[in-house]
Design a protein around this ligand. Structure first.
Ligand code: MG
Ligand code: MG
Length: 301
């Protein structure tokens, strides 16, 4: 269980990356630590051409516009059903296919996902179902959505504060947004995803929070969920089946960070995931391509 440290000054990301680079065995340095090639079998990744990445950029832009339509509605009294309707309208008007609606449930006998966004409030981590309960000041709501446009997918998530929130909650949101930005930068400096995941985990711990491990990011392209899995933490399994970071790799990177412990449970609806200790969590996600010029966030306006 992670220690609750309370609000404090956060080290800026460049200083965190610089410190990690100086550390012995640091993962962000100019000479990244590398496992012996004999023990590392890179995951299979379907590389995308510059033309395909350009098409994914269009899908990503539309996802960003949809998020903007939801974000402006996040005020006390609004409902997550309102946010869902706003996002659905953006996709409909653009002729894009919403990717979450009717997504099959992994739990046998449970219904497919019934909405265009996942909206996860407070202790809910991911996969919350929009409803008509009004949001209250002090809540946080994670909005996750994706679409397919002209055959290519985009997927991203943001966690928004509803009105003023407690300082510790603000810190959780900032740290989770920051760890995603850290990952983007590190993807330009590291050769393997495990090095990025190590940095992400270290940063989250340095803020007194924990990385949720039951859910991970993913490859993305013509389908929303492609190989490989993209964990936000490092493990033996990841080091063994690591992801080589090279031009053409496109990943949906999505850190989920808990204020308390990382343990989660899924509710009876088959979808909603919440922290077991019912303390808040946050979720940010971008679809990120590695190009010849470095990492590029595709899900930007
Ligand atoms: Mg998503
Ligand atoms: Mg995703």
């Amino acid at each position: 269980m992670s220690t609750h440290r309370g609000p404090g000054r956060r080290p800026s990301l460049p200083s965190f990356l610089a410190a990690a680079a100086r550390r012995p065995g640091g993962v962000a340095g100019s000479k990244p630590a590398e496992a012996p090639p004999s023990t590392r079998r890179p995951s299979t990744v379907q590389l995308k051409s510059p033309r395909e990445i350009a098409l994914m950029r269009e899908a990503g832009r539309l996802v960003a516009r949809a998020h903007e339509a939801a974000r402006v509605l996040v005020v006390p009294g609004a409902t997550t059903a309102d946010l869902d309707a706003a996002v659905a309208a953006v996709f409909r008007e653009a002729g894009a296919e919403p990717l979450f609606l009717n997504y099959p449930c992994s739990t046998k006998g449970k219904p497919p996902f019934p909405a265009v966004i996942c909206s996860s409030v407070n202790e809910q981590v991911v996969h919350g179902i929009p409803n008509k309960r009004p949001l209250k000041a002090g809540d946080v709501v994670a909005v996750d959505t994706g679409c397919r446009l002209d055959g290519w997918c985009g997927d991203s998530a943001f966690t928004w504060a509803v009105g003023p929130v407690a300082p510790e909650v603000r810190k959780l949101l900032d740290a989770t947004a920051d760890v995603l930005q850290l990952a983007v930068r590190a993807m330009g400096r590291c050769r393997w995803w495990s090095e990025v995941a190590t940095l992400m985990e270290q940063y989250v711990r340095s803020q007194g929070f924990s990385v949720i491990e039951n859910f991970v990011g993913h490859g993305i392209g013509k389908d929303m969920h492609e190989e490989p899995q993209v964990p936000n933490f490092v493990s033996k399994a990841l080091r063994k089946h690591d992801i080589r970071l090279e031009p053409g790799v496109v990943l949906a990177v999505e850190p989920m960070v808990a204020m308390g412990a990382k343990e989660v449970r899924t509710l009876d609806d088959g979808w909603t995931v919440e922290t077991k200790d019912r303390r808040p969590s946050a979720h940010f996600e971008h679809t990120i391509a590695i190009t010849a010029d470095g990492p590029e966030i595709l899900t930007l306006p």
